[in-house]
Design a protein around this ligand. Structure first.
Ligand code: GLN
Length: 213
């Protein structure tokens, strides 16, 4: 199958690191700042950064509604840290007017590990694997809806057992920053999700063409 094109929302945050990790996993990785660029990708990463800033810039760039429509239409999206906040349907410890893209049926607590804890490394249990994880003013998932699969939890320390990686269909989110550790399992999983979704879409189109001929 040909190379999937995966965008990284490039308004603020650690865009370059995600582009590099996606490229290393075999995707054609491109920055996305405009609705036309969003329309051209097979999947999208919402990077870490500051979710209130990213949301404000997305609104200013006319991207908020296109992002919501893309999620509704089934575009695979991976949100890391601030990106997880942006994908959440519900937020705790956020300004009352903070907008999200939404789509992920979770309640996410911002800066959940405590404001005094700016950044730390920990270990996350991801399925059968144990991976090193970097957290920077990170959120966690306080509550996950019935369709949400819990992929990862913190092992040990203050956040022991907290949910920090989830998947709901083609939506993936982590509290931590795999783009900063060189452990590319999460990016590999996301590229796989994008390939599967693309396979389903092209299968559906081929099916429609067959049935209409
Ligand atoms: N605390 C930030 C927010 O809520 C996220 C931090 C990060 O992405 N590293 O936007």
């Amino acid at each position: 199958m040909s190379t999937p094109t995966i965008g990284v929302l490039a308004l603020q945050g650690d865009v370059r690191e995600h582009l590099a990790a996606l490229a290393a996993e075999g995707a054609d990785a491109v920055p996305v700042r405009r609705p036309e660029e969003l329309a051209a990708v097979d999947g999208l990463v919402l990077p870490g950064g500051e979710s209130t800033t990213i949301a404000k810039l997305a609104a200013r760039f006319g991207l908020m509604e296109p992002l919501r429509a893309a999620v509704r239409s089934g575009l695979p999206v991976y949100g890391s840290c601030a990106g997880m906040v942006l994908l959440a349907d519900r937020l705790l410890d956020a300004p009352a007017d903070q907008e999200t893209v939404g789509g992920l049926d979770v309640t996410v607590r911002r800066n959940a590990f405590g404001r005094q804890v700016d950044s730390f490394e920990s270990t996350v249990r991801l399925g059968e694997a144990t991976v090193p994880a970097v957290f920077i003013r990170a959120p966690w998932v306080e509550e996950a809806g019935p369709q949400v699969e819990v992929l990862g939890r913190v092992v040990g320390g203050a956040g022991d057992g907290k949910i920090v990686a989830v998947r709901q269909g083609s939506l993936l989110a982590t509290s931590f920053h795999p783009e900063l550790t060189g452990d590319r399992r999460v990016h590999a999983l996301f590229v796989e999700i994008v390939r599967e979704a693309r396979g389903r879409r092209s299968g559906a189109v081929a099916g429609e063409e067959r049935s209409s001929s």
